[in-house]
Ligand binder design. Structure first.
Ligand code: ATP
Ligand code: MG
Length: 380
């Protein structure tokens, strides 16, 4: 049997362990509490979802949410009581099967292989793809250290991706207080994420369209920062999560420039991302800081394996640490090395222009060249 991704939605460790103990070991099991179910589903696209109730009414609610928002293909409900009327409601809400705990645990174990087969055959019909709520990929650019080039890298990545492909690309600046991207692009007073505050609870594609700015050469779509502490205060993690999910449905790529501080909004955006590009420079402070961030990720149980990659920026012959020494220092893959080119970058930044303006650009600053080469390979 192939390895299945199984998501258990459960508040109490005792019950999730009980169910886990009945599953063949080869499967990949993730346990989440109800409040985290959204980001986890988006991230791991499970083949099977188990919802373990502690209170019937809430159980139904969570099934409805999962089915309405994620088109789950196979969902099993575990109940603690034999109330068949309640269980019928559970099926109506969208569960595919249910078992009563603990009496039916052995029946569940016996039936598991046929359940797994059904789940897999459903997903072969395109179920797993449909299971993901949105089709787009979300890539976040992050660094614990200011000035590493997070904004330049994320913005140039988005710009080049837009120029070199037919993909729908959206750039979001989540530096809510100070922004940054608008100055790189010479955009002054502008529409921004602040325009979404009044419609935060019913956010849809139209609202997003109305808050967009565009980069004039590539027509890259941008959701810029309000650059306003008060507006930033109003944007909580629920908004961030909703924003990213809504955008993921309408764009092929959502590229996010994250602030350097690890607050709950940053954490939420990271959790919603398919990839985290950590921008690192080749000096001791940058490495030390990364170690602290790595520890923090562990404590927050942020999954970094297969998700976190480095972009090593400002590479030049004077670097304190050599790129070849990277492997012995860090455990994550290096996606890209970007050369330092102060003159080239400044001549673009000083006039508020992106480094890369058209597909035909022959003379590009070194960082833009490095990014373009990488993105071309990536698009193949
Ligand atoms: N490869 C590079 N070559 C030359 N200059 C670079 C390179 N990468 C970034 N810079 C410059 O370094 C400075 C910091 O870059 P950027 O603003 O992108 O970093 P950041 O991590 O977003 O910083 P902030 O803390 O301001 O958010 C900018 O002046 C930028 O032009
Ligand atoms: Mg920045």
């Amino acid at each position: 049997m192939s390895v299945l991704n199984i998501l258990i939605v459960c508040e109490e460790e005792e019950f999730s362990s009980l169910i886990r103990s009945k599953l063949p070991e080869e499967h990949k099991v993730t346990v989440v509490s109800k409040k985290d179910v959204g980001p986890e589903i988006d991230r791991i696209s499970p083949d099977l979802v188990f919802v373990i109730e502690e209170d019937d009414a809430k159980g139904i609610e969570i099934i409805q949410t999962i089915q309405a928002e994620y088109e789950a293909t196979y969902l099993i409900y575990f109940s603690h009581n034999q109330d068949f009327v309640a269980l019928r409601d559970v099926i109506r809400a969208g569960a595919n099967d249910y078992f009563v705990l603990p009496e039916e645990l052995d029946i569940f174990a016996q039936k598991f292989s046929s359940i797994a087969e059904t789940a897999v055959s459903q997903s072969d019909d395109g179920g797993v793809k449909a299971f993901r709520r949105g089709k787009g990929k979300v890539y976040s650019f992050f660094s614990g250290k200011g000035g590493s080039g997070t904004t330049l890298m994320s913005l140039s990545f988005a710009q080049t991706l837009k120029l070199e492909s037919t993909a729908n690309v959206l750039f979001i600046d989540l530096n809510l207080q100070y922004g940054g991207a608008e100055t790189f692009l010479g955009i002054e007073s502008h529409r921004s994420l602040a325009d979404l505050i009044p419609v935060m609870n019913e956010l849809n594609e139209m609202h997003i369209r109305n808050a967009l700015e565009f980069e004039k050469h590539s027509r890259l779509e941008l959701l810029l920062s309000p650059c306003d502490a008060e507006a930033a205060e109003e944007m909580n993690e629920v908004f961030i999560s909703k924003l990213i999910r809504t955008c993921r449905r309408f764009y092929d790529f959502v590229i996010i420039d994250l602030p350097h501080s690890m607050n709950v909004n940053t954490y939420t955006a990271i959790e919603e991302s398919d990839k985290i590009y950590y921008v690192l420079t080749l000096d001791t402070p940058s490495f030390k800081l990364f170690q602290r961030i790595e520890e923090l990720f562990q404590r927050l149980t942020v999954q970094t394996e297969d998700r976190l990659e480095f972009i090593v920026n400002k590479v030049n012959k004077d670097n304190e640490i050599k790129p070849v020494d990277l492997k012995s220092l860090v455990n994550f893959p290096v996606a890209l090395e970007v050369r330092k080119d102060i003159k080239g970058v400044q001549s673009a930044v000083n006039v508020g222009e992106p480094m890369h303006k058209s597909v035909d650009d022959k003379k590009l600053p070194l960082p833009a060249k490095d990014l373009r080469k990488w993105i071309r390979a990536f698009l193949k």
